[in-house]
Ligand binder design. Structure first.
Ligand SMILES: Nc1nc2c([nH]c(=O)n2[C@H]2C[C@H](O)[C@@H](COP(=O)(O)OP(=O)(O)OP(=O)(O)O)O2)c(=O)[nH]1
Ligand SMILES: [Mg+2]
Length: 319
């Protein structure tokens, strides 16, 4: 059956306290009564930014000053397909009002999950909550050395970490020490070993699991739902369209895409390059971190191509 597809520009408007503005959709509209990020349909001849500027003026009586792409989501509702192009508006003039009679509210990012949004919006909330950098742990001598390096990374501003060890089973004492520290410092720690004991994922300070590509391709939805019900983030490593399609089907919370550039750890392997990366990121229905041969200075470029930011080991793992 043919389904209508509409293109929508929407804004996560952020104030100087870091709160996000949400608005309630009128009861009689599609997804009525749910909260949304203000915006609306892109009209013929408009750029996304034109549409965003017009919609925010119509709906909230504000003028956009600075806006940057956040995430693009395509979602299939029973009645239509919606392509949401979501931008982050960090500067605007005027005081927002519900210009069409709608309720509006400023909400702390961490409180967004307490509001009911249309189902298409889940990845948008993740994109708002996830940081620009994703640190993947590198080599270390022993537990104390690993903890010291993680502490140094956190001191330098890292907020999201993947613990990747080759030791099997993963040393529980090490995990506990890191989890404790991450909990105290409000840092999200993911474990790359889904076959480790389930009790690990109940520890305070463990935020989720990062699946290898083999685990991703092998995995079924029930496993993912179980993790997510436990409050865990589920991430995975992807390298091509097929893997991204699988990550979409499983509704993962975020993925890495690699290698963007050739790396010393995979000699002879070509990088995807930014252009191919951009196409693959568009396919993904969750935030994507670019990985492979990148440094923190690439975060601007990474966001330009629609990704969440940059992931890395060698550039980020303290010596
Ligand atoms: N603005 C907005 N729309 C969303 C969000 N999430 C989501 O699924 N949608 C869907 C609901 C609608 O099907 C579509 C937006 O279309 P709309 O009809 O509200 O657009 P509009 O503001 O131009 O409304 P109108 O002038 O046609 O009345 O996108 C969101 O966070 N913000
Ligand atoms: Mg609207």
């Amino acid at each position: 059956m043919y389904k209508k597809s509409i293109q929508v520009a929407a804004a996560a408007i952020i104030n100087t306290s870091g709160e996000v503005l949400i608005a309630k959709r009128p009861d009689d509209k599609h997804q009525g009564g749910k909260w949304e990020f203000p915006g609306g349909k892109i009209e013929q001849g408009e750029t996304v930014l034109d549409a965003l500027t017009r919609e925010l003026h119509e709906e909230l009586a504000i003028q956009v000053v600075t806006a940057n792409p956040l995430i693009q989501i395509t979602y299939e509702y029973p009645e239509k397909i919606v392509q949401l192009d979501v931008w982050q508006v960090t500067e605007f003039s005027g005081d927002p009002i519900g210009n069409e009679g709608q309720s509006i509210q400023w909400v702390a990012k961490t409180q967004l999950f307490n509001f009911q949004f249309p189902p298409a919006n889940r990845p948008i909330l993740q994109a708002l909550l996830l940081p620009d950098y994703y640190l993947i742990s590198g080599d270390f001598e022993d537990q104390a050395d690993c903890l010291r390096r993680v502490q140094a990374a956190i001191a330098s501003g890292i907020k999201l970490i993947q613990l990747r060890t080759t030791e099997k089973p993963i040393p529980l004492d090490l995990v506990k020490a890191l989890a404790d520290y991450c909990y105290q410092t409000n840092v999200q720690l993911l474990i790359k070993q889904s076959n480790c004991s389930r009790e690990i994922y109940n520890l305070k300070g463990i935020s989720g699991v990062h699946l290898t590509v083999a685990e991703l391709m092998d995995c079924n939805g029930a496993v993912i739902t179980q993790y997510q019900k436990q409050g865990c983030l589920v991430a995975a490593s992807c390298h091509n369209a097929e893997e991204i399609v699988k990550a979409n089907a499983l509704a993962l919370d975020f993925i890495t895409l690699s290698p963007i550039q050739p790396t010393a750890s995979h000699p002879g392997q070509l990088g995807l390059g930014w252009k191919t990366a951009q196409q693959l990121i568009k396919l993904a229905q969750c935030p994507v971190y670019c990985l492979g041969g990148l440094s923190s200075s690439d975060v601007g470029q990474a966001r330009q191509v629609g990704s969440q930011g940059v992931a890395g080991i060698s550039q980020f793992w303290p010596s």
